[in-house]
Design a protein around this ligand. Structure first.
Ligand code: ADA
Length: 573
């Protein structure tokens, strides 16, 4: 996968990004025509990319076929796809090798007995919606299609490493870590073999034993715990990382970890035993010229802007971001909230009780935790956003997701973003309460349209939390904001869509939330404007969600400077 550092020094990895042959298939009937054996014609596109950025395909929904020829030494290959939108079907030399659902999570397909020489890989990406879609059609982002992140073929030899999660516990003083490895190995040979498996964290070997794995089989292994003394903690001002090198006779995997503790206590959030106020923005990994195929160089630019504003955290609204972005956050000590694209208003009551959808969500949580487990920057797992948590039928799925994330997600806080502050029934499954609300922009039953509605909200929610027995949990304002059309200025007060009104609203909210005793953080909606779906027909001038404090090309609006002033003051920067 694309990372900030080298992942393998023994394993040979064939990069498959770059030029692919591409053909659209509006009716998705290419398979009947035998396209899985080779595309009859096609343009050249550069992967990763979204087809919507090709001329004439902005609103195309259907299937896109991709063909790529490559050479290999043969043996066992693991094809790694970082993101295909949304249903991917893959063929190697005309033979179907697998399928994957979900636009934003990575997947791998292992194929044994590949011959040495040239081969043809075909991918069909299908971004249509149906009743089982996840997300559902109605979202407040654009439905891009295509192969949006990088593709690789890994040549696996002998006992190979598919996964190595480093689990750890810290002592009270944060100087000692008790560490062990949760390994997943695969024997890429047909016969049973034995190989030494060695795991080194920094300079310390924490495991070095011979392991036997049957031919073409997987083996999960939990290594014994080892104590590491005098460790350097990963923190926002000192993002110390340790390199983890895992090797076998024939394979290797290099990753980075950081030791840190996140917990809640008496309405507070503690990072490494110290109270922290989360000062953040919601960010879509989207750009009008690139869609979700977001270039790493621009990620760095976004991060520079976000850090300059004094933020210490980002919410990856509303789906898992790419690993290279998480590497950047790990390196810079920025805290991250990672979630799956279960975007509320789009999911009807029927959808929320549909077992296929519930299972798809669970699977996305599994993939998110599988690939992102080692990133110290992730401190929050988001279960879902704005689904109807006022109804009891959302409890079982919330409970299921919560348990999974707590059991397999490492040391992280679990939450959901709720837009039902006064009647949510699922907040019991939140380590922190997270509220999305838009007084001053949308109208609710109790709105007066004035910014002082927010002052009323603060007291009203205090009562609600007390009534439900949740008043020991810290509260985060996970979304609030107002749209502003970049360049539209008004000398009058409170003129909607003006840069001034957005600034006024954000200033009011930030100052109020910052001084509210039970609130421990803010994620402004949103970092920059995003292209949205035509189904969002109200309130979305230009088919963009204009609540960015920067425009979609990252030019700051007036509120950017206000947020910068306030966030820097709150964090003493
Ligand atoms: C919701 C949602 C966001 C965005 C926002 C808005 O809270 O979670 O994705 O749609 O509203 O702009 O209205």
């Amino acid at each position: 996968m694309k990372r900030l550092f080298q992942n393998h020094f023994k394993r040979s990895v064939i990069p498959l990004s770059g030029a692919w042959k591409f053909l659209i298939d509006a009716e998705c009937c290419g398979e009947e025509k035998g396209w899985q054996n080779g595309l009859p014609l096609g343009d050249t596109v550069i992967v990763p990319s979204a087809w919507n950025n090709e001329l004439g395909l902005l609103n195309f929904e259907g299937c896109g076929w991709y063909e790529r020829k490559f050479f290999t030494q043969g043996g066992t290959l693991s094809f790694e796809f970082e993101s295909v939108m949304t249903l991917a079907t893959v063929w190697l030399d005309g033979k179907k090798i697998g399928e994957h659902y979900g636009a934003f999570t990575q997947f791998e397909l292992i194929v044994n007995d590949v011959t040495c020489g040239e081969h043809t890989l075909i991918v069909r990406a299908d971004n249509r919606f149906d009743k089982n879609s996840f997300p559902q059609r109605h979202t407040d982002w654009f439905n891009y299609g295509g192969i949006a992140r990088d593709v690789y073929a890994h040549e696996l030899k002998g006992i190979s490493i598919l996964k190595n999660h480093i689990a750890y516990e810290l002592d009270q003083n944060l100087t000692k870590a008790t560490v062990n490895s949760l390994l997943e190995l695969y024997n890429a040979n047909a016969e049973t073999i034995t190989s030494p498996v060695c795991v080194k964290v920094g300079d310390t070997v924490i495991y070095n034993e011979s392991v036997t794995v049957e031919g073409y089989s997987k083996l999960s292994l939990e290594t014994p715990a080892v104590a590491l003394e005098n460790i350097k903690i990963w923190d926002t001002d000192a993002p110390n990382l340790y390199t983890v090198v895992t090797t076998t006779d024939t394979d290797d995997y290099v990753d980075k970890i950081g030791f840190r503790r996140i917990e809640v206590k008496d309405r507070d959030i503690l990072l490494n035993n110290r109270s922290i106020e989360l000062l953040g923005v919601n960010r879509h990994d989207e750009h009008p010229d690139w869609g979700f195929a977001f270039p790493a160089k621009l990620m760095k630019k976004d991060l520079d802007l976000i850090c300059d504003m004094g933020c210490n955290t980002i919410r990856g609204s509303h789906y898992p971001n790419s690993q290279i972005f998480l590497d950047m956050l790990d390196e810079r000590g920025i805290l991250f909230w990672s979630e799956i694209p279960m975007w509320g208003c789009g999911f009807s009551w029927e959808a929320l009780q549909n077992p296929v959808i519930i299972e798809r969500g669970l699977n996305m949580h599994k993939e998110m935790t599988r690939y992102y487990y080692n990133h110290p920057s992730i401190i929050i797992w988001g279960m879902h956003n704005e689904i109807d948590t006022s109804q009891k039928f959302t409890l079982p799925l919330t409970e299921q997701y919560y348990k999974h994330l707590k059991e397999f997600g490492g040391n992280r806080l679990v939450t959901h973003a709720s837009n039902h502050p006064y009647n949510d029934v699922c907040m019991g499954y939140n380590d922190i309460i997270c509220i999305n609300y838009y007084y001053g922009w949308y109208n609710y039953g109790d709105s007066t349209g004035k910014l002082t509605d927010w002052d009323m909200f603060v007291e009203k929610f205090r009562e609600r939390a007390k009534e439900m027995g949740w008043d020991n949990k810290p509260v985060i304002m996970s979304e609030f904001g107002a749209a502003a059309l970049a360049g539209f200025h008004s000398p009058f007060d409170s003129v909607r869509w003006s840069e001034e009104y957005q600034r006024e609203l954000l200033e009011h909210c930030l100052e109020l939330f910052h001084k509210t005793d039970y609130m421990r953080g803010t994620y402004i909606w949103q970092f920059c404007n995003i292209r949205t779906s035509p189904s969002m027909d109200i309130n979305r001038a230009r088919y963009f969600n204009n609540k960015g404090i920067l425009d979609e090309y990252r030019n700051p609006k007036a509120s950017y400077f206000k947020v910068k002033e306030l966030y820097r003051r709150y964090s003493n920067k």
